[in-house]
Design a protein around this ligand. Structure first.
Ligand code: PCA
Length: 214
């Protein structure tokens, strides 16, 4: 059994739900064969989110961590390639904090790569019949902050752990009155199961194109 910690986020930006938590809960509730899954909800707060993540890692001792967040407006499931060392808030977090151009870890590396096999994860989601792509930016809000915090923890304290970040579209009920793309939670949960299994079984990523020209 591979121990996999999945995290989602609490609702933010005036929404009453967060599709990341819906999907994480569903995926962990029916884990794929060979995976022992744990689900934890993170607050949409700089700093506190990483503290909750760290406590969850200490408690569940996972081999793999997949953090998941809402990326409203994106049409597909995006597996993030990098986390950058900057907080630059477009909107306040749930505690009212609004950092501008602050290092997440002062003196830390400018960026970390995901330690999940991002290309293989994208391929697995696509093979399951769901839309997915590699993303080269997780933004500069709380999701990137958590991703960088996770990557820094792995780089400095937990070298055996592997982890990364996945952004997901709105849930359909969030966009009934907006012309915005969405995916049902059950479909996103299916994709997360594929990602968990792929991460558990893939040490060397696929060498296939997944880049972007801009
Ligand atoms: N998405 C936000 C933070 C919480 C979430 O689900 C982000 O992309 O930063």
């Amino acid at each position: 059994m591979t121990r996999v910690l999945l995290t989602g986020f609490a609702p933010f930006d005036g929404e009453s739900t967060n599709p990341s938590w819906q999907a994480v809960r569903a995926a962990a509730g029916e884990p794929p064969t060979g995976i022992e899954a744990f689900a934890v909800e993170l607050p949409c707060v700089y700093g506190a989110s990483v503290a909750v993540l760290r406590a969850a890692i200490e408690e569940t001792r996972p081999e793999i961590v997949v953090c998941v967040g809402q990326a409203g407006g994106r049409p597909d499931i995006t597996v993030e390639r990098l986390a950058v060392n900057v907080d630059d808030a477009r909107i306040p977090d749930a505690s009212g904090a609004e950092p501008v151009d602050e290092a997440i870890v002062p003196g830390g590396p400018a960026a970390y790569f995901s330690t999940l096999p991002v290309k293989a994860c994208v391929a697995a989601v696509r093979a399951a019949g769901l839309p997915a792509s590699v993303s080269n930016t997780a933004g500069t809000y709380v999701c990137n902050h958590v991703f960088y915090g996770l990557a820094h923890l792995i780089a400095t304290e937990l070298p055996e752990l592997r982890g990364g970040f996945v952004h997901v579209p709105y849930a359909p009920e969030q966009v009934v009155d907006r012309a915005q793309p969405s995916l049902p939670a059950a479909a996103v949960a299916r994709a997360l199961r594929e990602i968990a299994v792929t991460a558990a079984h893939t040490r060397t990523d696929l060498r296939i194109a997944g880049g972007a020209t801009h």
